[in-house]
Design a binder for this molecule. Structure first.
Ligand SMILES: [Zn+2]
Length: 239
């Protein structure tokens, strides 16, 4: 019986620790927008893409953006940057902004302060090695924070999103993505899409369907909508 109570006590302490370390900081930071942005102050749309680079879909997406003269921002996974450096080189040459999305696609809830710092530094180094840009932006996977995130990532601007579409699922792309893209605000907005479907919970083919809808959206609104990349905002802020 004593062992049972000991077990329950340990379990409760562990759950409380986990909540204080991860869930509570995530809720507070996101609700009160502490050290993060969910919108820009620019009269335009910032298209952002997470989880790449992907050897199949990211080059196709870069072709699509080039076709419509759109500059976007990519939050990349550092280990994939090292695997596909030529995609990062191209992204950079074509004027897109590249930010950190951890070295592996792992939640900050599972990372010690030391491991989180390593995820940031390794990804920053990988991006800077293969692009000609300094890293200014960070988006934590799944939008998860731990109690040390703001302190350890203080040299970056943390960029969340104003609109998220569930485009990591093929069904959502088919059903609602285009309507929701059309309904998204044309100024101050940060739209979150994904150029890789290999993350846990995603459909591998989803980026193909995302791009089909994105092309229709770009075709419809390119003339009356300004698309901005986060790098430009950063430059404006420094002037
Ligand atoms: Zn992600």
């Amino acid at each position: 019986m004593i062992m049972f109570y000991l077990f329950i006590t340990c379990l409760i302490i562990l759950i409380m620790f986990f909540c204080l370390y991860s869930i509570l900081p995530t809720i507070i930071i996101r609700k009160f927008k502490l050290g993060i942005i969910k919108n820009t102050n620019a009269a335009g749309v910032a298209l952002t893409f997470d989880d790449g680079p992907n050897p199949k879909y990211t080059p196709e997406l870069l072709d699509l953006l080039k076709k419509y003269g759109v500059k976007a921002s990519f939050f990349v996974v550092g280990s994939k940057v090292e695997k596909y450096p030529e995609i990062i080189e191209r992204m950079s040459k074509e004027g897109h902004t590249i930010g950190i999305h951890h070295f592996k696609h792992i939640s900050s809830w599972m990372l010690s302060p030391l491991h989180l710092k390593k995820q940031l530094i390794k990804t920053e180094k990988a991006i800077e090695k293969y692009s000609n840009q300094n890293v200014h932006f960070y988006r934590p996977p799944w939008g998860h924070f731990n109690i040390f995130t703001l302190l350890l990532s203080r040299k970056y601007q943390i960029v969340m999103w104003s609109n998220i579409f569930g485009d990591w699922k093929v069904q959502t792309c088919k059903k609602s993505l285009l309507d929701n893209l059309r309904a998204s605000p044309r100024k101050n907005s940060i739209l979150l899409l994904h150029d890789c479907g290999t993350t846990m919970g995603a459909d591998e083919e989803a980026p193909a369907y995302m791009m089909k809808n994105l092309e229709v959206f770009l075709k419809e609104c390119q003339k009356q909508t300004q698309f901005i990349t986060l790098k430009d905002l950063h430059l404006q802020e420094q002037q």
